[in-house]
Design a protein. Structure first.
Length: 273
């Protein structure tokens, strides 16, 4: 574990309900919800959702950090630096810092819900009139159906949707699908993590504490805390995970550190997944 991670004070985990009240001042016909940010102690990470009514639009704007937009429900039209990107369910677009873009729900009858992730604990949005920007980096679209699938543990299938090698800076994330009974081993990260349950329900174990999460409930897991998510139901469970680091990395530890049977001593004696 890096020296910066070791020296950072240990924070408590935080669970945010998926149906929390929208942020005050959300644009007309759009409900913005923040799940993980500096408000709960996250460093270099903000996640949440944007729910669009039919025909709603988030007008041209840019952020001062990497942004990843993943469609959870409906279809999104993203206008980015003069180009048009159409996104279906679980398709993802990474928009670099400073790149002007707009998001539309062009359906006249169906809502649009997107998951949003930012490489900042206090992402700053600037609205503009012009659709063009001078950002040097281009956007990257990951098509869910064409993304590589890998099995991290039996019955736990993962796909990377955005990461450093795909252009994002400071964040990475993707989709994990768990068969009934499936779980990753107990592990921790060298950066903060956000996990949003997008299908089914999960038992979340974080260093001796347990939580049941579903319906866009989101867990904030601080750097260095052993944790795991278990599907103890008879139906599949799926999540969107986001790390405050540019590439995915996990360090495995004994399962008793997640249940709290053993007191967590720190990162000694782990192995990487």
């Amino acid at each position: 574990m890096s020296q910066s991670s070791i020296s950072r004070p240990q924070l408590a985990e935080h669970i945010t309900a998926g149906n929390i009240e929208p942020e005050p001042g959300s644009p007309r016909s759009i409900a913005l919800r923040s799940f993980v940010s500096g408000a709960c102690g996250a460093s270099g990470l903000t996640t949440g959702t944007a729910s669009f009514e039919p025909r709603a639009e988030l007008p041209y704007h840019y952020y001062d950090c990497s942004e990843a937009i993943t469609v959870l429900e409906g279809k999104a039209t993203v206008l980015v630096n003069g180009r048009v990107c159409e996104l279906g369910v679980f398709d993802c677009i990474h928009v670099p810092a400073g790149m002007v873009h707009a998001v539309r729900n062009e359906s006249t009858t169906q809502p649009l819900i997107t998951h949003r992730a930012f490489a900042s604990s206090a992402a700053s949005c600037t609205f503009v009139e012009s659709p063009l920007s001078r950002a040097r980096q281009s956007e990257h679209v990951t098509r869910f159906q064409h993304s590589a699938v890998y099995e991290l543990s039996p019955g736990a299938l993962f796909r990377d949707l955005f990461k450093g090698s795909l252009g994002s800076v400071g964040i990475c994330g993707g989709y994990g699908r768990f068969q009934p009974g499936a779980s990753l081993p107990c592990h921790f990260h060298e950066y903060d993590e956000s996990i949003t349950i997008v299908e089914g329900a999960a038992l979340c174990l974080i260093q001796g504490n347990s939580y049941r999460v579903s319906d866009l409930d989101t867990a904030f897991v601080p750097v260095g805390k052993p944790h795991r998510f278990i599907n103890k139901t008879d139906r599949e469970m799926a999540m969107i995970w986001v790390y405050a680091g540019s590439e995915p990395e996990r360090a495995l530890v004994a399962p008793d550190y997640c249940t709290g049977t053993l007191v967590w001593p720190g990162p000694d004696g782990y192995r990487r997944l």
